[in-house]
Design a protein around this ligand. Structure first.
Ligand SMILES: Cc1cc2nc3c(=O)[nH]c(=O)nc-3n(C[C@H](O)[C@H](O)[C@H](O)COP(=O)(O)O)c2cc1C
Length: 322
């Protein structure tokens, strides 16, 4: 089991997945603090980077979140190369460049990007080569298991990615057609690990510490990527690391939950420059999704007008429980 992606060393194998609409800087910092070994930005369209010639405000990078991977999505090698150069120039401290070959979104497929490229893997090498030619940072790729259950090709695609010079491959073990339905097929992660020599990052359905360890052990993958299990619950990384070390469950106390929400609000206000009240509220809402007795919170939260009101509301709900 490797804990290195190229020259980048991770402290532990549990990774925050790229999550569009979720992974703002404040959230990535919180996940890191709760034990994520690596955090990903949401996908960034290479055309956007090349047009604006800077890093989009929405992904706001910081040295404090290192190690961090910036995920790019595109389909033209020249634009890919330029986009990687922009990341190099504007955020030289970024550790890893990841290429998205798995997004199932209709618009993205219409642009012939994301999971479209798993259906047309012959287009993948030139994109990886364009990225590696523009940076010394490790370049990785994230894929799905195939287009649909009749065209599962992640093992071949993984090999193509390795041969093109990528430093790791992440497999979300669902097809494009499944989107998020059904169960992720972990046996494909195992097969991919047995096929390629670069590190394999397994992804799909890890929602607690036991599953995190189980994905590592059952597939032999090097690292585990966690998406939905982290939304509103950065503790997932502490759970996974704790279970891996001790074989015992860890559950945060209500006080820890309360403090983490307050910390998120503090980070949102003080550690990132970009401020969007609706985004802040959305994260607070997600943090409550896992709490029993939070009925009515959503309605109350919708009525808040600024972060002081949000803070007071959070405190009032917890006061009833603590
Ligand atoms: C809200 C949301 C946004 C996502 N955004 C991205 C993205 O920007 N790039 C990407 O490669 N995958 C994205 N994904 C997919 C996740 O990274 C991950 O592969 C998927 O959720 C499966 O992992 P999980 O079962 O741990 O959630 C997104 C998923 C969700 C739910």
């Amino acid at each position: 089991m490797a804990l290195n992606i190229g020259k980048v060393k991770l402290n532990n194998p549990f990774i925050l997945a790229p999550l569009h609409g979720v992974n703002c800087l404040a959230f990535r910092l919180l996940c890191k603090e709760f034990g994520a070994g690596l955090v990903y930005t949401p996908m960034v369209h290479v055309n956007w980077l090349v047009k604006e010639k800077c890093i989009p405000e929405s992904i706001e990078l910081s040295k404090s979140e290192k190690p961090v991977a910036v995920q790019l999505i595109g389909n033209d090698p020249k634009t890919m190369k330029e986009a990687v150069q922009i990341v190099n120039d504007h955020a030289p401290f970024v550790d890893i460049i990841d290429l998205n070959f798995g997004c199932p979104d209709g618009d993205v497929l219409g642009w012939k990007m994301g999971a479209y490229l798993v259906k047309h893997p012959e287009k993948i090498p030139s994109l990886i080569e364009a990225a590696t030619s523009a940076t010394n940072k490790p370049v990785t790729a994230k894929i799905r298991s195939g287009w649909d259950d009749k065209t599962i090709n992640c093992i071949e695609v993984g090999k193509i990615i390795e041969d093109a010079g990528a430093s790791a491959v992440a497999l979300h073990a669902r097809t494009r057609k499944q989107v998020y339905e059904g169960k992720a097929n972990w046996s494909l992660i195992k097969k991919l690990k047995e096929t390629v020599d670069i590190p394999v990052i397994g992804n799909g359905d890890v929602s607690n510490g036991k599953l995190g360890k189980s994905l590592l052990q059952r597939t032999g993958c090097d690292m585990v990527m966690i998406g939905r299990g982290a939304v509103g619950y950065p503790f997932i990384f502490k759970e996974c690391n704790h279970y891996l070390k001790t074989g015992k469950e860890y559950r945060p106390t209500l006080t820890e939950r309360h403090n983490a929400i307050l910390k998120f609000i503090d980070y949102y206000n003080n550690k990132q420059e970009r401020y969007k009240f609706s985004e802040l509220k959305q994260h607070v809402m997600w943090s409550f999704k896992w709490l029993k007795g939070a009925k009515g919170f959503r309605v109350d939260l919708m009525k808040t007008k600024d972060e002081t009101e949000v803070l007071n509301l959070v405190k009032a709900y917890f006061k009833g429980w603590l």
